[in-house]
Design a protein around this ligand. Structure first.
Ligand code: ATP
Ligand code: MG
Length: 450
């Protein structure tokens, strides 16, 4: 067999032995299992829907220790789909197809995979029965004849029982002169059906194909430092660690340092990741705002809880976004007293007692005004800490101030108020996110100092 698939050279645990299905080698010895996601549907190409299936599938496949090499979206066109499936089968060991399993004539995944594999479609009585049963279970009128086509899958394929009304299937495309066998999984496009079928039927099998190892991803959330500074601090500490895959993801309001480690199983991978995680935390010091699922807002609320303290907000530019971010954290009520969106000048005066002279003299977006907002929030809500923010979030300049001019202030329990100002880059959405994070991060740092 000539092997034309791109080679992977890294040593991955559990790959010394080949993986087979029904005696057919899918992953030759020494190779890491590779996969592609193929999303079927013109709406994806038109930009009408976001391919969240591909994102979700990639995360799951990575967790099973599989190297995802391609995301492909294709229109509902038989010839094109056949071409794409054939091409992908030359690149990877496993293809996960999402969508195109419906009952209409533009649902072509069954035909395309069958043709790419050189197989006929076969009707399955038990699938027809399962689809009829789904209609009955859902209290719908008897199954339309169009749905019969959903009971036809490529000859020799393993049917995957429908979650909704669309069955899926798993099939091995046979080895050819120039490429090894390829395992193909066809799943419905409806996200919840795809997920359930993947977790129930596909994940266990591909986990075994991968060699039974697992990859964990640990995330360190850093706020208040740029991506390149963060990389410069972290990378030297992990130089020479070939077993660690490090990536940096700038998300506007934070930079995520992502650590990926593969080991024999999930527990071993997690254990191996711990010292690496601590190394990254050590490198970043006070810029670390959270770890894994604990993001900035979660950390702030945890620290408030530890201190038995509360916060309130007075938000001009962010119009309540900071309070909303805190409010999304389960159990926020122990730390968040409340917040006001004070957009208009009169609202700042009437609701928070900002003196007209201050507004008159400095304007709505200014250090002094922001200071008064933080003080007002703390006092009017009777909270331990008060956050105030103002800024020009765009799209245009305001009072001669550039877009991205922002101020954030924190009123401390002892009455002191500190104010910071900066010019932040980005569009309206980003400026709002960044300003909110700057304010929350200031509180987070002060709570950690205590
Ligand atoms: P099925 O295989 O179950 O027939 P399909 O691809 O024919 O699926 P569509 O009718 O195209 O399904 O889409 C059904 C629903 O699933 C729609 O709400 C669509 O937005 C969603 N959907 C389809 N594909 C994706 C995708 N790749 N990512 C996110 N949502 C998707
Ligand atoms: Mg479709």
């Amino acid at each position: 067999m000539t092997e034309h698939r791109p080679e992977r050279t890294e040593e991955v645990p559990g790959t010394q032995e080949p993986s087979e299905i029904d005696g057919v080698v899918i992953r030759p010895a020494g190779e890491q299992l590779t996969a592609a996601v193929l999303s079927v549907g013109r709406e994806i190409l038109l930009g009408d829907i976001t391919d969240t299936n591909a994102t979700w599938l990639s995360g799951r496949l990575r967790g099973a220790g599989i190297d995802v090499r391609h995301h492909h979206a294709a229109a509902d066109d038989l010839d094109e789909l056949v071409e794409v499936v054939r091409w992908l089968s030359r690149q990877v060991h496993v293809i996960v197809v999402g969508g195109g399993l419906g009952p209409t004539s533009d649902d072509l995944t069954r035909d395309a995979v069958a043709r790419a594999a050189g197989l006929e479609l076969h009707h399955h009585d038990d699938l027809e029965e399962a689809i009829r049963q789904r209609f009955a279970d859902l209290g719908r009128p008897s199954m339309p004849s169009a749905n019969l086509r959903q009971a036809r899958i490529p000859a020799g394929a393993m049917p995957l029982q429908p979650i909704g009304t669309a069955p899926g299937f798993a099939l091995t495309m046979p080895e050819t002169d120039d490429v090894g066998a390829t395992r193909v999984y066809a799943l419905p496009g409806v996200p919840w059906e795809l997920k359930e079928m993947f977790v129930g039927d596909v994940e266990p099998e591909v986990g075994v194909l991968a060699g039974g190892h697992a990859t964990v991803t640990r995330v360190v959330h850093a706020v208040g430092k740029g991506e390149s500074d963060i990389a410069a601090e972290v990378e030297p500490r992990l130089a020479g660690r070939d077993d660690v895959e490090l990536s940096f993801l700038a998300r506007g309001q934070e930079v995520q340092v992502r650590i990926m480690i593969t080991a024999d199983d999930a527990d071993a991978a997690r254990e191996a990741s711990q010292p690496v995680l601590e190394e990254v935390i050590g490198a970043l010091g006070p810029a670390v705002a959270g770890i894994d699922d604990e993001e900035l807002e979660d950390t702030v609320l945890r620290l408030l809880g530890d201190a038995g303290q509360t916060v309130a907000t007075a938000e001009s530019a962010t119009a309540g976004d900071i309070a909303a971010r805190l409010g999304k954290v389960p159990g926020a009520s122990h730390g968040l007293v409340g917040g006001v969106a004070v957009y208009a000048t009169e609202a700042k005066q009437d609701l928070l007692g900002v003196a007209p002279e201050v507004l008159e003299k400095h304007g709505p977006v200014a250090e002094e005004t922001t200071r008064e907002l933080a003080r007002g929030a703390k006092e009017r809500f009777g909270a331990d800490w008060g956050i105030g923010v103002t800024g020009v979030v765009g799209p245009g300049k305001k009072n001669d101030l550039e877009v991205g001019t922002v101020f954030w202030a924190l009123a401390h329990p002892d009455g002191e108020v500190e104010v910071h100002g900066r010019q932040v880059p980005g569009d309206r959405e980003l400026v709002i996110a960044r300003l909110g994070s700057a304010a929350l991060d200031l509180l987070r740092r002060r709570l950690q100092e205590d």
